[in-house]
Design a protein around this ligand. Sequence first.
Ligand code: AMP
Ligand code: MG
Length: 327
Amino acid sequence: MLALGIEGTAHTIGVGIVDERCRVLANVYDMVKPEKGGIHPREAANHHAELAAPMIRRALDAAGVSADELDVVTFSQGPGLGPCLRTVATAARALSLSLGVPLVGVNHCVSHLEIGRGLFPECEDPALLYVSGGNTQVIAYARGRYRVFGETLDIGLGNMLDKFGRELGLPFPGGPRLEKLALEGGKLLPLPYSVKGMDVAFSGMLTAALALHRRGERLEDIAFSLQEVAFAMLTEVTERAMAHVGKDEVLLGGGVARNKRLQAMVGRMAEDRGARMFVPPGELCIDNGAMIAWTGLLMHRAGVRMALEDTLVDQRFRTDEVAVTWR
Ligand code: AMP
Ligand code: MG
């Protein structure tokens, strides 16, 4: 069985092709990089519209399969930016109709978890720490649903890092640049540690970090401190979720999961509690089409069928709205 998945919730359009054993045959993507300022939903959607057809062709070429070998077409149905979601849904509908194969809409957050389970067969029932640009959530399976045990109350961690980077004139995305700078830092500066119950908040930390910069603190030390404090918050909440629901596996997902310091902190926490950590390769941590293809394939195989009117996009598609019938 072959599934093609199109991801397009935000800045990245990605097309992936996977088979029924979660072998990734193709995973191509392209990210909008605004010259200045943040991501404009309309501009990102135009970018996705221009690239959808060529990326689908590139993915088919990379996989060495022809379009008529596809068994199911899948796409990111939400959550995300409305114009981007609609553009990608339109491309997926057109492809599915022209090939005469079923179409499955996939929850983006759920797919970050499923791709990890698919890639690591020994990772059966993890708590997912999902940290990307727009999303920051701790997700785990309980009674038929993926449930959110903790999440950001304001902005995603990646957005916080990117915004801080942008204010300082660093090129987009700021996250990886700050990781490099942090290696040259080492002085722990005071930043608000905002854990509220199981939830976290980052906008106060952004304001405080900018104030430290204005006070003349070294950028390297601010980057270091941002990582130490933000990652400690996430590690704390993830550990509590694992303890609460009795999970002994932790999976990382989202672009920020590429960060080596975050991996080290969560890995240390896992080790201390006799749990195991799994980190997908970078190109499957960020937003990508392969995870959408794989999750759609699981859903299709479990009998999920969607009429065209079921494929409307949902900007606020919640993780726990999805009935998980495939596990
Ligand atoms: P995603 O939204 O999952 O595609 O991930 C994009 C986000 O991941 C952006 O906000 C990036 O700044 C962030 N990111 C990517 N690599 C790193 C890294 N090494 N450290 C911190 N953040 C990162
Ligand atoms: Mg994502």
